[in-house]
Design a binder for this molecule. Structure first.
Ligand SMILES: CCCCCCCCCC(=O)SCCNC(=O)CCNC(=O)[C@H](O)C(C)(C)COP(=O)(O)OP(=O)(O)OC[C@H]1O[C@@H](n2cnc3c(N)ncnc32)[C@H](O)[C@@H]1OP(=O)(O)O
Length: 176
């Protein structure tokens, strides 16, 4: 269900973590930019760069799966809960050349307890371009402790003392 404090449709979601491969500011990352959509949905874009290749001039499938995963993970902002990927099933429909702007959209399809079922699509060149990738996923709700208990101490300590990161964590923890 869409949280009453969810960002308005069209609002950029920003990075949930500056060092995230998907949405952060990593030199080799995706640099994916996501926006809130209607109901519990998001849209996102990323441009396939030469560092994302698997075959000459084509995106690596794992990179495309990462883009789908990140877009699906962005649905957290709409629900104001923290969920992590439990299962991600991907269909690769068309090869994606380097230089392509991939347009993604994702939505929650059902929620059952801690389980959030969702799906995503990535299209070439435009929001209504040819479908290149699709995913069906199951995300599982966790507490912020999931990261504190499992992450490497050096990054966890840095995140806990970063006011921007603490703000993000608080936004997700307040979930009446
Ligand atoms: C601040 C915002 C952060 C946003 C992050 C978004 C980033 C992009 C998304 C990611 O890439 S997250 C990183 C990749 N994912 C992980 O690292 C998760 C690793 N896995 C785990 O930590 C645990 O397996 C997990 C937390 C997912 C589940 O463990 P739990 O012990 O909490 O739950 P449990 O095993 O009891 O399962 C709860 C329910 O989910 C079901 N389930 C769990 N994993 C499943 C699976 N893989 N397939 C199907 N069902 C699954 C399980 O059967 C059960 O169903 P029932 O409630 O009906 O019994």
């Amino acid at each position: 269900m869409r949280h009453p404090d969810a960002p308005a449709p069209g609002e950029p979601l920003g990075a949930h973590y500056d060092q995230c491969f998907g949405c952060g500011h990593q030199p080799g990352g995706l640099g994916l930019i996501a926006r809130a959509g209607e109901d519990v949905s998001v849209t996102a874009e990323f441009t396939v760069r030469s560092g994302h290749q698997g075959a000459p001039g084509l995106a690596h499938g794992g990179v495309l799966a990462a883009a789908l995963d990140e877009t699906l993970g962005s649905l957290n902002w709409l629900q104001r809960t923290i969920t992590v990927t439990g299962r991600l099933e991907t269909d690769f429909v068309r090869p994606v050349p380097v230089g392509t702007e991939l347009h993604l959209e994702a939505q929650v399809t059902a929620v059952h307890g801690r389980k959030v079922y969702c799906s995503a699509t990535g299209r070439i060149g435009a929001p209504d371009g040819p479908v290149a990738v699709r995913a069906q996923a199951l995300f599982i709700e966790v507490r912020v402790d999931h990261f504190i208990e499992n992450g490497r101490a050096e990054e966890i300590d840095a995140a806990l003392t970063d006011p921007d990161q603490v703000k993000v964590a608080r936004a997700f923890e307040v979930n009446p």
